[in-house]
Design a protein around this ligand. Structure first.
Ligand code: SF4
Length: 366
């Protein structure tokens, strides 16, 4: 299959692994930002092919995992109302809130619907003028343009019974927060190729300069990831700290200008809470003042819902790369994909789910 098979070629993979081994002279810790990359690394055993001196740290790039519990509880509150049709991508339905999830709301009569595009939710709103239709808009710079376009269309078409529950987050401020953490062990980043497809690469060179770190924009297939690691190691070994694009078949330095213009119109930057990490300044988007009427948090008056995280779950440490999933005491025992205690187990992109799915079940002896 074009763009899949040729990026999984075992011989080429072996050659890249050999080049990485030959280039590596000391210990390096590299963070892959994106949950899709984490899954690819664990699924293909890429971390086990690398020299022992290279540690891959799994970063906070799974959109479901970093969505705060508070937002989940707000979604549950809105979805429980009899006048609401609550629309979401399927991966949010099993994410546990404080006491229940969206599936349970649905089983108790709530009108919760899985859609494949926010535009589907807008269509539902048009067809059900007597109902309030809400779309759960979470994620990184990748999902935000479609959500922005949907709100833009709602306003343009005068569809007033549509609103967006927004929890969008941004990658570059998260990189800054990780680098400024006193416990940071990260020496280089694989940046998320799909985020850069939208936003371009221009936000990253200042981060390379400020924190003296290499950042390599990387794709998601095995050879993409190995090439990203190879370029990162070459930079680390030679003392360079630059932005490199190892995913040129999708990423251009300017990104997608039409998508960026839409984002600029509909959203404005705000401080955002990241699950397990806390609030990161200027790390997310909210609807801009021109579109504030479409903000579900305000429309349904749920802004004062505040929630504490479970004390058992260590997903915050997992998301910051401080522990590996199997080092959590609950991993594989109290916490499994069937009974997830935290979002990094429930989401298919979460590091805990990846470790469980691909049988990384060793429990720490510590
Ligand atoms: S294994 Fe479960 S409880 Fe432990 S950090 Fe992961 S999601 Fe949280």
């Amino acid at each position: 299959m074009k763009y899949l098979d040729e990026f999984s070629d075992p011989q080429l993979a072996r050659r890249l692994v050999d080049e990485i081994k030959a280039a590596t002279s000391q210990r390096w810790s590299i963070m892959e930002v994106c949950g899709g990359q984490t899954h690819s690394i664990i699924r293909h055993g890429i971390d086990q092919l690398l020299p022992d001196t290279i540690e891959m740290i799994h970063g906070p790039g799974c959109p479901v995992c970093v969505t705060p519990l508070e937002i989940i509880d707000k979604a549950l509150e809105i979805a429980s109302r009899p006048d609401v049709i609550f629309c979401s991508f399927g991966d949010m339905l099993r994410v546990p809130g404080s006491e229940r999830d969206l599936f349970q709301v649905k089983s108790r009569g709530g009108d919760v619907r899985v859609v494949y595009s926010p535009l589907d939710a807008l269509k539902i709103a048009k067809e059900n003028p007597a109902k309030q239709v809400v779309f759960f808009g979470i994620g990184f710079e990748t999902t935000a343009p479609a959500n922005a376009m949907t709100v833009y269309q709602a306003k343009r078409l005068g569809i007033e019974n549509f609103s967006l529950l927004v929890s969008h987050v941004l990658v570059p401020p998260a990189i800054s927060a990780i680098m400024e953490s006193p416990t940071c062990r990260v020496q280089a980043f694989l940046a998320a190729g799909h985020v850069c497809t939208v936003m371009g690469t221009q936000e990253y060179p200042p981060l390379c300069d400020k924190y003296k770190i290499p950042i390599v924009v990387t794709g998601f297939e095995p050879l993409d990831i190995l090439e990203g690691i190879r370029r990162t190691v070459l930079q680390l070994e030679s003392g360079r700290h630059e932005l490199e694009n190892a995913y040129p078949r999708a990423v251009q330095s300017d990104g997608n200008s039409a998508a960026k213009a839409m984002l600029l119109d509909v959203f404005e930057v705000t401080d955002r809470a990241w699950r397990g990490i806390g609030t990161i300044p200027s790390s997310g988007w909210q609807l801009s003042s021109a579109y504030r009427d479409y903000d579900a948090e305000h429309r349904f008056s749920v802004t004062d819902i505040h929630t504490e995280e479970s004390p058992v779950c260590r997903s915050g440490e997992v998301l910051q790369g401080l522990i590996k999933p199997h080092e959590c005491e609950a991993f594989g025992t109290l916490c499994t994909p069937r009974n997830p205690l935290g979002a990094t187990m429930v989401s298919s992109e979460g590091a805990c789910a990846a470790y469980y799915l691909y049988r990384r079940l060793e429990v720490s002896s510590a």
